[in-house]
Design a protein around this ligand. Structure first.
Ligand code: TRP
Length: 333
């Protein structure tokens, strides 16, 4: 390997990604491909912690891979793979479970939120979610993990477990650092701009999915919740809705917030919402088209998955063997 740092990240195939996942994660990853040795996964085992329709989950995993590539991730430059294809993730989770305390998992904000939202299905996997995530990262000795603010607590557990294991046995894991991109972008819900935009939102008007067509996108922006003073000014405290639309417009056009204020100083919300909708629709169109083309070429996607699996397995196997040896398991010949 060269001396580039290793970067690991993943998205769950738990729904069609939103423009929030795109600008907050996948779009940035594209720029990281040359700077770091990048490994990006489709975290299907994580998705099982919430009830899924099996056939839909399977289809969405393939679709997420197609989306990664359509957004510009290049399987020749980085490792793209499906988490469940590399069995070491589940195995390292077991080992790490033996040094994890139930208290530190039951305190996690996401565990508490998800347990409340899925009260009928509070399962061990939901609680163990951060340990599986730690395994994802530690198997590849990743230095850097780009994550949104909602995942920082999970990254903290990954760091704690790496340090704990290294102290109990001997230095084994790289202690990963969160990587917060310089231009931080958090896209909020269109129906409640105080909440993060989420692909699992029950209100379909709250998010723009990477599958939405032009008409749907324009309609959703028209309905976006805003205040009533009809001035396009960036002010997150008092004008969360408009500020969110300005952020989105800025991310899709490259214009600064200031120049957006100038451009729309004599315009009202109706005009602005239409412009935002058009900018997002024209930004997504080539990606959606490319993704749909790729989905017609299943053989290609299957080959990419197989290559990614092989490359990821080679690294994961090495790490897991080391771990098994350190904890005192007898290695088979
Ligand atoms: N939990 C992450 C999310 O929902 C997805 C994820 C799974 C992940 N494994 C990871 C992110 C490892 C970073 C590193 O956003």
């Amino acid at each position: 390997m060269d001396d580039k740092k290793i970067m690991f990240s993943a998205v769950q195939p738990s729904g069609i990604p939103t423009i929030g996942n795109y600008v907050g994660a996948i779009k940035n990853w594209v720029d990281f491909q040359d700077e770091f040795n990048c490994i990006f996964s489709i975290a299907d085992l994580h998705t099982l912690t919430v009830k899924q329709e099996p056939s839909e989950l399977r289809a969405r995993s393939l679709e997420l891979l197609a989306l990664y590539i359509a957004c510009g991730l290049d399987p020749e430059k980085c490792i793209l793979f499906v988490q469940s294809h590399v069995h070491e993730h589940a195995e390292l989770t077991w080992i790490l479970n033996t040094i994890t305390y139930p208290g530190e998992l039951s305190r996690m904000t996401q565990f508490k939120d998800k347990s409340a939202r899925h009260a009928e299905n509070v399962n061990m996997g939901l609680m163990d979610y951060p340990v599986l995530m730690a395994s994802d990262i530690l198997l590849y000795n990743a230095h850097l993990v780009p994550v949104g603010a909602d995942q920082k607590q999970h990254l903290e557990i990954a760091r704690d477990l790496a340090i704990r294991f290294n102290n109990r046995y001997s230095p084994t894991f790289v202690v990963p650092e969160p990587y917060i991109p310089k231009v931080g972008a958090k896209v909020m819900s269109l129906s409640d701009p105080t909440k993060k935009m989420s692909k699992s939102d029950d209100n379909l008007n709250g998010f723009i999915s990477m599958n939405d067509d032009t008409d749907t996108i324009i309609r959703k922006f028209k309905r976006a919740v805003t205040d009533s003073d009809n001035k396009i000014v960036y002010d997150v405290e008092n004008k969360a809705g408009i500020s969110n639309l300005m952020t989105i417009y800025s991310l899709f056009t490259g214009l600064s917030l200031e120049s957006i204020e100038n451009e729309f100083s004599d315009k009202g919300y109706g005009d602005f919402k239409l412009k935002v909708g058009e900018a997002v629709a024209s930004g997504l169109k080539p990606i959606t088209d490319k993704k749909n083309d790729l989905l017609k070429n299943k053989d290609y996607l299957i080959k990419v998955m197989a290559d990614g699996r092989e490359k990821a397995s080679r690294i994961a196997m090495r790490t897991l063997k080391k771990v098994y040896r350190k904890v005192g398991l007898v290695l088979p010949e």
